[in-house]
Design a protein around this ligand. Sequence first.
Ligand code: CA
Length: 422
Amino acid sequence: MKNIIKAACCFFLCSSAFSNEYLVLLNNEKTFKKDFPKASMESLGLKNLNVYKVGSKEAGFLSRLRKSNSILKAEIDSDLYTSIIEDEKNLNENLDADPLFSKQWHLENTGWNSRTTVIVPGVKGEDIKAKKAWEIETGNSDMIIAVIDSGADLNHPDLKDNLWINQAEKNGVKGVDDDNNGYIDDVYGYDFINDDHDPTDDNGHGSHCAGVIGAVHENQGIKGVMKNVRLMPLKFIAANGIGQMSAVLKAIDYAIENGAQILSNSWGGAPKESILVDLLTVASEKGISIVAAAGNSRNDSDRFPIYPAAYEIPGVVSVGATMGRGTKATFSNFGKVSVDVFAPGNNIYSTFQKGRYKTMSGTSMAAPIVAGMIGLAKSLNPNLSHKELKEIVIESSDRLPILDNLAVGGRVNAYKMLQAIQ
Ligand code: CA
């Protein structure tokens, strides 16, 4: 299979080193303004951290910022990338909308539905044991999962009924911030790129991840890992698959403030020392689980970490990708210490923009599988600590010898995970 690695390469190649825009976590706003009178400043408006976007064309500005006592952290407003790969076959979109569960090998692997070539089938049963898991738990409609991505197709028949709805805004007055959360008319989430209330997906990636977590059951098309869930699409990735750090900080802050219990993050490229660490730490301390794609650079993440997946924050679960025979997907990163578990991530069939369905591959697809599983786990027992939950996800995973030493655990098993919690 010829894989044309797109976004994953950008993790290392595309740097916004020549940007004139910086993000600063302020210690003292007054002295900061005094120290940098010429810089343009705009608050990100976060509720949990005091972060400003600062513009300056001055040479050496970042190091001058970092020396200032009035700030805690400063960084470039960097580019972030979706953790998807595209192979040639995937470029053919499938417009078919018949009952398509049979294509979802990650939920029920028949062997033939997970084949990677015409003649070599996958391994029957090499899946997350979704059907048996649903006999124990299918989720609940108070479980809000923020899909921090390119938004979602809000009218997709397979997503629509599982979208989070901000009732105060839905029943409120148009043009008014009815719930006083700082965002006007945010009925289904928010678009942090264009600063408007419509998180409709321009890329397809966010719709795909949303469907993996929570496509509606028993209507048409496919099934999500969760039958009952509220998907909160928070858009920060543009049509080209790239998003800005400043936008993702706003999205995560919104998720924290508006009731998300899980953040699904199918993207990477953040710096190690970033304001993102501070914000995700706040989320983690509030009990929010943070699932992140391990990235598609084929690398050992212990040596070449991808963030946010490799951040050492208690709430973070890092996910690599497997294929239909249970082997590590060729593109997937691995890491004995920094990757927690593997989940299916190759040729995953899910919802796409404009009411369509599509096969996509990447740790981007593996991460929402685990986000959905954690949604099931938290529905069954909302009182699990991050440590307990992570241990259960890891310990209940299937330890395939072929995955030995490639992650802390093996390939996730939703049924065994729920059995361990029961
Ligand atoms: Ca509002």
